[in-house]
Design a binder for this molecule. Structure first.
Ligand SMILES: Nc1ncnc2c1ncn2[C@@H]1O[C@H](COP(=O)(O)OP(=O)(O)OP(=O)(O)O)[C@@H](O)[C@H]1O
Ligand SMILES: [Mg+2]
Length: 271
């Protein structure tokens, strides 16, 4: 379905992503983990074609998207929606108009200029908001919503594009734990019910474990792990984050400690 082959991005001397290979044969929910600077955002940005690869290729459902330009590139970007840590909504615009922005690629400049949306699109936007549990927020300005609600608006805007893939770059990094769970669960439900592929950069290991079918670990631009949450042992996690790394995220270190403890207990039980 998605074939990423030897994908590389260099910024001058710096190799941000170093020959990444990823094969996805069916819609999967994938979490990408790694330390700050490991290349997670650069990888997602190349898949979305926000950033051009230096080398390598991206093929989706048989179509080479590596070198798409102009309208073809915009078409790809609407099939491969992106969600960001900072939501990227228009703060003073109402929620439903923010969601309708997801159809921008498909509309004429004239319609866009005068904020003309077909009635059916407006209904659809409300339906999507309802599905995400925030339909009653539709008339409010985006800036009046909580972070978790704003991120769900961003997800709704992405769904408006009816994307095959949803790319999420640290979608919950700015949210409190409760909102973080709601947002991750929304992404999980969209993956399961609609069969959309989701690839999310996540800064905590336990989130990747809990919500993803597959976890990819990056270190210094390279993919150093690609497997199921069960295969992600403490040793592997340490390797991904680097020996002696200070696991700055509480959840991550907790998870590591818990793993350590259960591994120790398992070893003691065997002995
Ligand atoms: N536009 C750019 N110009 C120069 N260097 C860049 C650029 N974007 C990223 N880099 C460098 O590439 C490397 C990977 O950055 P990237 O943002 O992909 O990491 P990340 O894994 O997303 O980190 P974080 O967890 O902090 O978001 C870093 O060393 C970064 O400084
Ligand atoms: Mg990043």
């Amino acid at each position: 379905m998605l074939h990423i082959d030897a994908l590389t991005k260099r910024f001058g001397e710096k190799t941000a992503v170093d020959s990444a290979n990823i094969e996805v044969d069916k819609p999967t929910m994938i979490g990408i983990i790694g330390r700050s600077g490991a290349g997670k955002s650069t990888l997602l940005r190349m898949v979305n074609r926000l950033s051009d690869p230096t080398e390598g290729s991206i093929v989706f459902e048989g179509e080479n998207i590596t070198d798409l330009k102009g309208a073809a590139k915009r078409n790809w970007q609407s099939r491969c929606a992106m969600i960001f840590q900072q939501f990227n909504l228009v703060p003073r615009m109402d929620v439903v108009s923010n969601v309708l922005h997801g159809t921008l690629n498909q509309r004429s400049t004239f319609a866009t200029l005068f904020n003309l949306y077909p009635q059916s699109d407006i209904h659809h936007a409300i339906e999507i908001l309802d599905r995400l549990g925030i339909a009653e927020q539709a008339p409010k300005r985006a800036e009046a919503l909580s972070g978790g609600q704003q991120q769900r608006v961003a997800i709704a805007r992405a769904l408006m594009q009816d994307p095959k893939i949803i790319l999420a770059d640290e979608p919950i990094a700015s949210l409190d734990p409760m909102n973080a769970q709601v947002v991750m669960q929304s992404l999980r439900t969209i993956h399961e019910e609609d069969g959309r592929m989701v690839i999310a950069n996540l800064h905590t290991l336990d989130t990747a474990r809990r919500y993803c079918d597959r976890v990819i670990g990056m270190r210094d631009g390279r993919i150093v792990f690609d497997g199921t949450p069960a295969q992600l042992t403490t040793g592997v996690a340490r390797d991904i984050y680097g020996a002696g790394a200070d696991f700055s995220e509480a959840a991550t270190s907790t998870e590591i400690e818990t793993l350590d403890r259960s591994a120790k207990q398992a070893a003691e039980a065997v002995a």
